[in-house]
Structure formats: C-alpha cells, structure tokens
Design a binder for this molecule. Structure first.
Ligand SMILES: [Zn+2]
Length: 329
C-alpha cells in the first residue's frame, strides 16, 4: 500500500492547505475537517498525522511511509497518535478526558502528539466541554483533528477554535473513474453509483455492496410495467416495519431519481445529467408521455411520501395514495 496524499482523490485544496501549513511550520493547534461522508477526510487525517510524526519527511511534504513512526501511524499503532471513536451513540467524556491527559504529557515517541476525533458529530455536550478546555489551553506541539460532516452538531465554541479544512463532494466523473478503475465495478453500475452516491465514495461503495444497482433496475422494470407498478412495495409494507422501512425508502429513492431524470430530460434533454445514466433511452421515452407539470407533480408526490415514511405515518396508506398520484390520467 502506498502512503501518500496522492491517494486522496479530488481534495486538492484541503491537501494543499495542510501541506502548506506543514511546509511553513504554521501548523494550527486544532483543525476541523468538514465535508460529506466518504470523501477522504479520515484518510487525510491519517496521512497528516503520519506527516507530523514522520522521521524522514520527503521533499514534497509527504510522509515517507517507511520509517518506524510512519509504519506505526499506518497501522494506527503510534503511541502519540490517538484516535477517539464514539462508544455507542456518543464519544464518551471519559475517553476525551483520558485523551487530553495523554496529550498534555511529554511525547512517547515523537516530538508531536496528535488527537483525532473521527466522528466529531458524535461529541455530546459533556465530552465537548471536556475537549474545550484543551482547545483553550493547547499544549505545545499538539494537534487536534476533528472530523465532521456538518458544523451543526459540533459545539460552536469548539468549532470556533479550530481551523476549518473543507472537503468537497467528489465530481461524479471522478467518482465514476474511481469506482470502475480502483474498485473494479462495471462501467454502467459505476456510472449510476457515482451519481446516486452524491459525491461520496463511501456512500457509493455501500450501495454497491448492498446490491442497489440490480435491485433498482428491477424496480424500474416494475415502474414501467403498467400491470405491476408499486404492487411489490405495497406488499412489502404489510410486513414488519423496521426491516421493511429501509426497502421502502430505497424504492422511493429510486422512484424519485427516475422522475427527477424525466424532469431533466424535459428541461435540458441532456442525458449526461441523468442519475439513471444507464437507462438514457428509457428515460427519454418515458418523459415523452408526460407534460412538464405532470412530471413535476409526481416528483412532489414522491417527496411528500418520503416525508410521511420518515415521520412513520401509515406507510400502506401513503404508498396507496402515491400509486394513485403517480398513475392517474
Ligand atoms: Zn516516515
């Protein structure tokens, strides 16, 4: 496995900011890496921590990847790089206290100590306040990295003490290339996953492992077949809620992307913007059967149904209503 920032795809500005800080010896005491799930934040944190403890940094501000410190950093085994994960729903206060205590002690192996909180969204008020003390009075040569998907759930007083490093959703074309070339996913599926994954490699890979692609095409066949339509889903809703809700949400997601694509076909007629890019001809053909406002009304009906399902309203009634809304004349 190579060990370089080159592996962080599509996050050039975040990587440049960190490398620059290292190069100029202007490393902040605390960073918050902000961005959607599955775009390289954790990988970047690992590499940056490795760079900070590396014994033989390469000329281009890359960790060498082979010194004892890098080897330990790679295997998450370095005594001066702490990772504090949630225990259950939250990052516990005791874990933060212990991590901060170790941060205040002299380094075991390296001259710098790093604390990484990979799911800072899961800090609760107690653990946030424990962390705040350390952020307010940072020890010399310590670096704290919080990783979060949104600042909404990170305490404002904490966020204001961290330098923000923004990670962006990946461009669908970049993601598609990555899925097919680095992960060996077939072209048609990679193209679809890159678009449904909303710029997240992690999200797209989860959909892949979950077999969404073949299921969604089966669902679309049902949607296109006037004898079937939502029958399968409505049957599903008779079963136990917890295990079926996920499938119903998935069905609604597939439906919403299908009608959304039809809307795109009407507006721009540009198949490159379709999510179901593997079904271009079907979408264009299906869109011809409707006027714009009819498709728009259907997109809205699906959105409304998704909200009802989220609110745990009566799913069967919601879906029956949706079927009427989708196929009324
Ligand atoms: Zn090294």
């Amino acid at each position: 496995m190579s060990w370089s920032f080159i592996e962080v795809i599509g996050q050039e500005s975040a990587v440049a900011l960190l490398k620059q800080a290292y190069h100029l010896k202007r490393i902040a005491h605390a960073y918050v890496f902000l961005g959607p799930e599955g775009v390289g934040k954790t990988k970047t944190a690992s590499l940056f921590a490795s760079l900070l403890v590396c014994e033989n940094v390469r000329a281009e501000d890359e960790p060498c990847g082979v010194c004892p410190s890098c080897l330990k950093a790679k295997s998450s085994n370095h005594a001066d790089i702490q990772w504090v994960w949630p225990d259950g729903q939250f990052v516990k206060i005791d874990a933060i206290r212990e991590a901060c205590r170790r941060l205040s002690m002299k380094g075991f192996e390296a001259s710098r100590k790093v604390l990484i909180v990979p799911q800072a969204d899961s800090l609760n008020d107690e653990s946030s306040n424990a962390l705040l003390k350390t952020l307010e009075e940072p020890s010399k040569d310590t670096v704290i990295i919080l990783i979060a998907t949104s600042l909404k759930r990170v305490l404002g007083t904490i966020a204001s003490r961290c330098q923000r490093v923004i990670f962006h959703p990946l461009d669908p074309r970049v993601l598609e290339k990555l899925l097919s070339e680095a992960h060996g996913i077939a072209r048609a599926e990679a193209a679809y996953l890159a678009r449904i994954g909303q710029g997240s490699l992690g999200g797209a890979l989860r959909y892949h492992e979950d077999g969404l692609f073949s299921r969604k095409n089966k669902m679309i066949e049902n949607v296109l077949d006037p004898r079937k339509r939502l029958d399968d889903v409505i049957d599903l809703s008779k079963h136990e809620r917890a295990e079926k809700t996920e499938r119903i949400e998935e069905m609604l997601l597939v439906l919403s992307t299908w009608f959304r694509d039809m809307l795109v076909a009407k507006i721009s007629g540009s198949p490159g913007e379709f999510i179901n890019i593997d079904r271009k001809e079907d979408i264009v053909r299906a869109a011809q059967a409707y006027v714009f406002s009819d498709i728009e009304a259907r997109v809205n009906a699906i959105a409304e149904t998704r909200r009802s399902v989220e609110r745990n309203a009566n799913v069967r009634i919601s879906l029956t209503k949706l079927r009427v809304d989708l196929w009324k004349q």
